[in-house]
Design a protein around this ligand. Structure first.
Ligand SMILES: Cc1ncc(COP(=O)(O)O)c(C=O)c1O
Length: 416
């Protein structure tokens, strides 16, 4: 039922590492994000082990979970950061990540964000359009610096995943189109404050078939050859993120070596350092949401509902992508029922599970929504006047509060 080293039942009670979840609920309240530090690190180490034969630099895509403690846990192991905005850059720097270990993405960077990145001294700015390159040059010249830039190519590869998370297709907004590359290369010749250091792509998220990476990498290699032919000294070859995880614990976990086996032979010996930007792969299965059953009800058709104190405001993925999240009772029961697990928000899309077999837990008991570590807390909102939950990190027996629960006063603090 649950195949995880980091979340498992001990004596009928669900635990995170060596800590019982009901104890966490008693101490910190619910809803509560619970992150296993060891799970995060195990995923990172598995990723590093798979790509060890290739000169590479792994930059955790902090958009998946930008809690400072999560960033720090990975940075302490040597991982860099991929940030997507001034706010994420601020988070990475505040977590103590060295600027030369940070790369910055973003299709719509403002000049203020570009200035922030350049004055911070980030390793690379990844540019996505001719206009953005001109903006980077303008800001760099004002600051009297030369900007280290990677260009994000749109490889026109349609990876099979949810349409909202495919990004490498030419009908999407991301990256520079092949047809524009001539103009882009000319710009780097004309504009003195730009230095072309890298090539970049990101074809989407939750991509299970390595062949999509192979197709896109081949296109990026073709661009590498053209760039070198024109005399550009390309150092960085950024394959992006998108490496998948399994949300159903009954299915085997992703074997990242399947991706490494395809990519390493393509990139090794090309005189570049590969960059990878995993987000979900590192963070998704490291956290769960602990939530209390407020009410149970049964309608006239016999349909059962668990109404819990977490909702789409904490995890919007089921509403946005119809994604599957395993829901488990913290205390095991012998009997199960088929029910919907829904939140308190005034939207019918506020659900975690529909018609799912769940232990027959009573009102007041705890449920856990698994695999909530990526694109969970970071997408949380105050909709319906809800308070963002507290977050804790577990490491063995040690529990650290890594985000305080919001207060009503914080809800209105910026309003005048
Ligand atoms: C540029 C870029 N890199 C990396 C990622 C991380 O993707 P994933 O969490 O699927 O690894 C994203 C996600 O949208 C992204 O936009």
């Amino acid at each position: 039922m649950l195949d995880s080293h980091f979340f498992s039942y001990t004596d009928g009670t669900l635990c995170c590492e060596s800590v019982m979840l009901n104890e966490l609920a008693a101490q910190f309240g619910t809803p509560l994000f619970v992150t296993s530090r060891q799970s995060l690190l195990a995923q990172y180490l598995a990723f590093e082990a798979a790509f060890t034969a290739l000169p590479h630099f792994t930059c955790y895509s902090v958009k998946a979970n930008y809690n400072l403690a999560v960033i720090r846990a990975l940075a302490d192991e040597g991982c860099g950061c991929d940030v997507n905005s001034g706010g994420e850059l601020y988070r990475a720097l505040t977590a103590g990540v060295a600027p030369e270990k940070i790369i910055m993405a973003g299709i719509g960077k403002s000049e203020a964000e570009i200035e922030y990145a350049l004055t911070s001294g980030v390793l690379l700015l990844k540019a996505e359009s001719v206009s953005e390159l001109k903006a980077i040059d303008r800001v760099a010249s004002r600051l009297g610096v030369v900007a280290s830039v990677a260009i994000r190519i749109n490889p026109n590869v349609t990876a099979e995943t949810h349409p909202y998370i495919t990004t490498g297709d030419s009908k999407e907004k991301f990256g520079i189109d092949e047809a524009e590359l001539g103009e882009v290369f000319s710009l780097f010749r004309e504009l003195p404050n730009l230095s072309l250091q890298g090539l970049d792509m990101h074809i989407g998220s939750q991509i299970f078939d390595p062949e999509y990476y192979v197709a896109a990498t081949q296109k990026l290699l073709d661009v590498l050859e053209s760039a070198r032919h024109l005399g550009f000294d390309i150092k960085w070859f950024d394959v992006g993120g998108g490496f998948p995880v399994t949300y159903d614990p009954q299915k085997p976990a992703t074997d990242i070596t399947r991706f490494a086996e395809k990519l390493i032979p393509m990139i090794e010996g090309k005189g570049v350092t590969a960059i990878f930007e995993p987000g979900r792969f590192l963070a998704a299965n490291a956290s769960l949401i602990l939530t209390r059953i407020l009410y149970r009800k049964r309608n006239h058709t016999g349909k059962e509902f668990f109404i819990v104190d977490a909702g789409m405001t904490e995890l919007i993925r089921p509403a946005l992508y119809h994604s599957h999240h395993e829901v488990l009772a913290v205390t095991r029961h012998d009997r199960s029922i088929v029910a919907d697990v829904v939140g308190p928000v005034c939207e019918s899309s506020d659900f975690f599970a529909r018609q799912r077999s769940i232990d027959d837990a009573a009102e007041g008991e705890l449920l856990a929504v698994l695999s909530s570590g990526a694109y969970g807390a970071v997408m949380s909102s105050n909709y319906n006047g809800r308070l963002r939950p507290a977050e804790v990190m577990v490491d063995g027996r040690k529990v650290t509060l890594i985000r305080r629960r919001e207060s009503y006063a914080q809800l209105v603090q910026n309003e005048v």
